[in-house]
Every structure is written in structure tokens, then in C-alpha cells.
Design a protein around this ligand. Structure first.
Ligand code: GLN
Length: 418
């Protein structure tokens, strides 16, 4: 059955289609010869629902959109300290292939520019790894994110490598400062392979949704990354993912993103969506012209800008009931910091009719760590004022059952019969 979301994506593409400005990347022969009019997009929700439109089956090389994922893999494989010694987290404000390093540390400024990405690639599977083993691990990881086996376009890889003077000079620069150990040849060959992984917009949307979903691949259910790594990666995408267009992008679109020279753009909306577009013509900053247009429209129409969040919390208290023996506090919605604070603000000053109190979480589907903590502190406050409090948590949403003093709160299996 057709869904309105599907029709909506089609409309987005129609808005962007007339724009034929920009040009294909010319320094890689296959990209120079790509069909310029291709246009496709896909979104994947954190529940794993995919919607796509246009040229959604067209395969293209992932190029620089591999960079946030390789940064994630390096963090997973080598840990934050090692990664931070190798690459920074500051936007460079320069072109993606600029020959530049951070003044005081000699690290590349961030993992989204080529200098940083070549250095990050070398961390994966350890500096001593062969290129083959490193690429095998990379492909396995990327396939886990996509939920299917991905492949490398070896023809494109070879032809990019044949003209990779710029990236070779970056690798020589990194070697001269001891940031990488491998030969410039091997380091760039490894990096170019990572860029030559073939995907379509549906794959990218799922991979992005995994970052947005705290590392759980929404279709396979596999925990591919830890939530804190997803947070770190998306933070760098916000500040540096769109190269020297990053500030304007944040202003206009407000979605963590990464673009690639083959014409793809990946966006991630934390806690909600992965979004991918593909259209080969690029603007002067190396970002897909129509892709940028689609994201701008999508962000505006759907209110997806990160800085334009709707008020959180509110109405966490559904009602308070009493059967003469027990007072039941019925809670609803998502229990985050603001919702839990508001709940306690409403409940604590009241004179509750009975000593026995049940906190009913039937209508709460998600609780964050801060919300759980605040609720438990509120329960402790009620207990200190003489009440006997228990929680009914049928969906197991609470992140903790432990009071500040280390003892557990009481959990009940049923609500009092009303
Ligand atoms: N493989 C490309 C390069 O290194 C990736 C660049 C990009 O997508 N911006 O030049």
C-alpha cells in the first residue's frame, strides 16, 4: 500500500529535480562519467521502516560518507584515547583535500577531511595490520551497518588510485609527522578502497539510522556500536561533515551529515532517522547540489532542524487515583529529565490520601537515565515523608531501580484492581 511518507519523498525530489547546476567530480574518471541526472533518496526510522523514491536502487561508491563510519570503527577498535592522539575534532573550514594539520599537535583537524580520514583508516585493525586484513574488517563492519554484504568497486578504486597524487601527498605529510607508519602508497590504497564501497540510498539510510539509534541496527537488531560512539561520531558530523559548508548547513538544515564526491549525502537525526540522498552534480564545496536542496526542504517542512526541537516533557502526570487503600500515580509519555522534574513538581507538594503509593508506568514507553534517576529520587522523597512506595513498570522502561543509598525500590507485578 502506498503511504503518505512515500509520496512526500517523491515531492521532495520534484522540488530539487529542476536544479541542474553544479558539476560532477572530475578527478575520478568514473565519477566524471556518471549519469548526471540521477536523483534518489531514502529514509529509515529507528524502528527500521524504510521509505525511498527516485533512483533508489542506483549503486554508487560511498566515497567520503565512509569517513564517519571509519571514525566509529576506529573508536570501537582502538578506543577514544588512541583515536584522539591521531585526529582532532575541530572544523577545519578548508577544502576536503587541503594539506593542513593542527598547529600545536600536528594532528589532522578532524576525521571528515582527507588528511584525518587517511590517518583514521590506518588505526583500524592496528597499525601493523596488512591492508587486506584492514579492508576485510572494514567491509564486515560496513556490512553489519547496512544489514547486507557490501562490496568494493575495484575498477573505480584502481582508477582513483592511479590519479591519487593529492592523497599521496597528504599521506607523505602524515608520515613525516609520524601520524601514520605505513608507506604512503599502502595508506592511500587502503583509504581509497574504503571510499570505493558500493551502496545505494537505502543502504545509507539504514546505516545512518544505526548511528541515530545509538548503534543498534534497526532492521537486524544487532548492537553494532556503543551509544557513546554514535554520539561522538554525530558530533563531528555536525561540525565538520559538510567541509567548509558546515556552518551554513547547520544554519539551514541542522542535521548531522556527511557528503561524498560521488553525489551522496547522509544525514542522521539522533533518536529518529537516517536520511540519504544521491545526485551526482556537486557545488563548489563538493556537496551534491540537489541533495543539499532536498535536505533543506525536508528539514523545513518536517521541522527536523536539531535546534528547533519541540518542548520536551509536559503532561507526565496522567492522573492520581485512590481506591481507599492505595494511591496510584499514573505517569505517561517519555520520561526524560524535564518530564520527571515536572512530574515531581506536580506530585510532591500534594497531600496524597493513602500511605501506600504505586507509581504506574504502564503509559511510559521510554525512560532516559536522567528521567529514571529523578523519578527514583522523588520516590525516596515520598518514602522519607512516611509513604510506602512501589513501582509498576510492565515495559521495563526504568534504567535503574537503585536508590541513592544503594538499596532497590519495590517493584510490583500488578496494579491494585480499580
Ligand atoms: N575518495 C575521495 C577522495 O579522497 C573522497 C572525497 C570525498 O568524497 N569528498 O578524494
Amino acid at each position: 500500500m502506498r503511504t503518505p511518507v512515500q509520496d512526500y519523498l517523491k515531492k521532495m525530489l520534484d522540488v530539487a529535480r529542476p536544479n541542474i547546476s553544479g558539476s560532477r567530480a572530475s578527478y575520478i574518471p568514473e565519477l566524471r562519467d556518471a549519469t548526471p541526472d540521477l536523483l534518489g533518496m531514502a529514509i529509515c526510522t529507528i524502528d527500521g521502516n524504510i521509505y525511498s523514491a527516485g533512483d533508489d536502487q542506483e549503486m554508487f561508491t560511498i566515497q567520503s560518507i565512509s569517513k564517519p563510519f571509519m571514525y566509529a570503527l576506529a573508536l570501537k577498535d582502538r578506543g577514544l584515547d588512541t583515536v584522539m592522539e591521531t585526529v582532532g575534532t575541530e572544523p577545519s573550514g578548508e577544502d576536503f583535500n587541503e594539506l593542513s594539520l593542527e598547529g600545536d599537535t600536528n594532528r589532522p583537524m578532524n576525521p571528515m577531511i582527507n588528511a584525518g580520514a587517511i590517518a583514521v583508516n590506518q588505526l583500524i585493525n592496528g597499525e601493523e595490520s596488512t591492508t587486506e586484513d584492514r579492508i576485510a574488517l572494514i567491509l564486515e563492519f560496513m556490512s553489519d551497518l547496512a544489514g547486507r554484504e557490501l562490496e568494493i568497486d575495484h575498477g573505480l578504486c584502481e582508477s582513483e588510485f592511479a590519479g591519487a597524487d593529492r592523497n599521496l601527498s597528504l599521506a607523505h605529510m602524515l608520515r613525516s609527522y609520524g601520524i601514520i607508519n605505513d608507506t604512503a602508497h599502502d595508506a592511500v590504497f587502503s583509504y581509497v578502497q574504503q571510499c570505493s564501497i558500493l551502496v545505494n540510498v537505502r543502504d545509507l539510510a539504514v546505516m545512518g539510522a544505526t548511528l541515530a539509534n545509538g548503534g543498534v541496527q534497526p532492521r537486524t537488531g544487532k548492537q553494532v556500536l556503543k551509544p557513546e560512539i554514535c554520539r561522538q561520531v554525530q558530533s563531528v558530523m555536525v561540525s565538520a561533515g559538510m567541509y567548509n559548508g558546515a556552518g551554513q548547513w547547520l544554519f539551514d538544515v541542522g542535521i548531522p551529515a556527511k557528503s561524498g564526491v560521488s553525489g551522496g549525502i547522509l544525514g542522521t537525526l539522533p533518536g529518529q532517522l537516517g536520511i540519504a540522498t544521491f545526485s551526482p552534480r556537486l557545488d563548489s564545496k563538493g556537496n551534491s547540489v540537489r541533495g543539499v536542496r532536498v535536505f533543506e526542504q525536508l528539514s523545513k517542512d518536517m521541522g527536523l532542524h536539531l535546534m528547533a526541537t519541540e518542548p520536551f516533557g509536559g503532561d507526565a502526570l496522567r492522573e492520581i487515583t485512590s481506591d481507599g487503600y492505595t494511591t496510584t500515580i499514573h505517569v505517561q509519555g517519555t520520561l526524560n529529565f524535564s518530564a520527571a522534574e515536572e512530574l515531581l513538581w506536580e506530585v510532591l507538594p500534594r497531600e496524597l490520601p493513602n500511605e501506600r503509593i504505586i507509581v504506574d508506568l504502564t503509559e511510559v514507553r521510554r525512560a532516559r537515565v536522567a528521567g529514571s534517576r529523578i523519578l527514583l529520587d522523588g520516590i525516596t522523597a515520598l518514602e522519607e515523608s512516611g509513604a510506602d512506595v512501589a513501582v509498576y513498570d510492565p515495559h521495563f522502561v526504568l534504567k535503574t531501580h537503585e536508590r541513592e543509598d544503594g538499596t532497590d525500590i519495590e517493584i510490583v507485578d500488578n496494579l491494585p484492581v480499580r
